[in-house]
Design a protein around this ligand. Structure first.
Ligand SMILES: Nc1nc2c(ncn2[C@@H]2O[C@H](COP(=O)(O)OP(=O)(O)OP(=O)(O)O)[C@@H](O)[C@H]2O)c(=O)[nH]1
Length: 283
């Protein structure tokens, strides 16, 4: 697909092409893989699947896979653009469900570690795999279920260490590196909240509706598994910009710790405000 943003015409072409494939060749494929150029913004392609009624009736967006060239991408991720210009490299990392760190043979361990940290600060949600010549298991890139509420649980695998690398309450010895990353950071980051406790579902809904109303454009993706005062007690959520989706998840086990896990990826996220709003929903 072409460069830059997906114009209305290109989006129309994409819709036409998808519908044609479905109509004429439905039995001949299991998946459709769309490869964008290195300069494409992912959100218009994603939106095409979520907002076009005909398309969403026939095909489902499985996930966004981003291939990162370890040798050259740090330079692109750090590129400072004018305020109104998006950094496509950052956007492509931010929207990804899966990230392949390719060409690891061309960088040393320190470079690889710095790049991995940089990427995790932008996207604390994606699963990351290292590769040479793009070799990864098929399962890593197909059948991802990145937008599937039933799969949210396995997608939001935040542990305490992971959490520590995403904000400044960090006592794990990589404080310096973390700080360093922040000072050069682009405005696209992840905020993850991992916390025990029960939440009032109505309050959560009010909070998130307000959030997407006010910040929908800047809120790229959101996923969460939370413990609530209703139904089975477990509730799963996912969102892209102003589209929010949620439903009860599988019940908590009798001895299972009820840990809320939420990840937000977006531009100019106000971490303190998100944490405060989360706390405000605790019962
Ligand atoms: N050493 C090394 N070379 C690689 C690896 N993967 C790809 N290459 C080589 O890098 C060169 C450029 O390939 P890519 O970076 O994949 O470029 P491309 O995907 O064809 O081009 P774009 O889609 O425009 O990025 C080719 O010669 C590949 O053989 C790798 O893991 N290690």
């Amino acid at each position: 697909m072409g460069r830059g943003s997906l114009s209305l015409k290109m989006r129309g072409d994409l819709v036409k092409m998808l519908l044609k494939l479905v109509k004429e060749k439905r039995e001949k494929f299991d998946h459709i893989v769309i490869e964008t150029t290195g300069l494409a913004k992912p959100s218009p392609v994603i939106e095409t699947f979520c907002s076009d009624e005909l398309v969403s009736r026939h095909v489902k967006l499985d996930g966004v896979v981003t291939m990162v060239d370890c040798k050259h991408s740090m330079q692109h991720l750090n590129e400072v653009k004018p305020r109104w210009v998006v950094n496509e490299a950052v956007e492509q990392v931010a929207y990804a469900d899966r990230i392949i760190l390719n060409k690891i043979d061309l960088v040393n361990d320190i470079e690889l570690d710095m790049l991995t940290r940089k990427i995790k600060l932008i996207n604390g949600m994606a699963q990351i795999k290292q590769a040479k010549f793009g070799v990864v298991d098929m399962d890593f890139v197909l059948g991802v279920g990145g937008y599937d509420l039933e799969r949210i649980e396995s997608e939001v695998q935040l542990d305490v260490d992971h959490e520590a690398s995403h904000h400044c309450e960090d006592g794990h010895g990589h404080h310096d590196g973390h700080h360093h990353d922040h000072t050069h950071d682009s405005s696209v980051t992840s905020v993850s909240i991992v916390s025990e406790g029960m939440l009032d579902l109505d309050e959560v809904n009010d909070w998130l509706e307000r959030l997407v109303d006010e910040k929908g454009d800047d809120l790229y993706r959101m996923k969460g598994v939370i413990s609530v005062n209703e139904s089975t007690g477990r509730y799963v959520l996912q969102g892209v910009h102003s589209m929010l989706d949620g439903c009860p998840g599988k019940p908590w086990g009798p001895n299972e710790k009820r840990i809320n896990k939420l990840v937000f990826i977006g531009r100019n996220l106000d971490e303190a405000a998100l944490r405060k709003a989360f706390k405000g929903c605790l019962i």
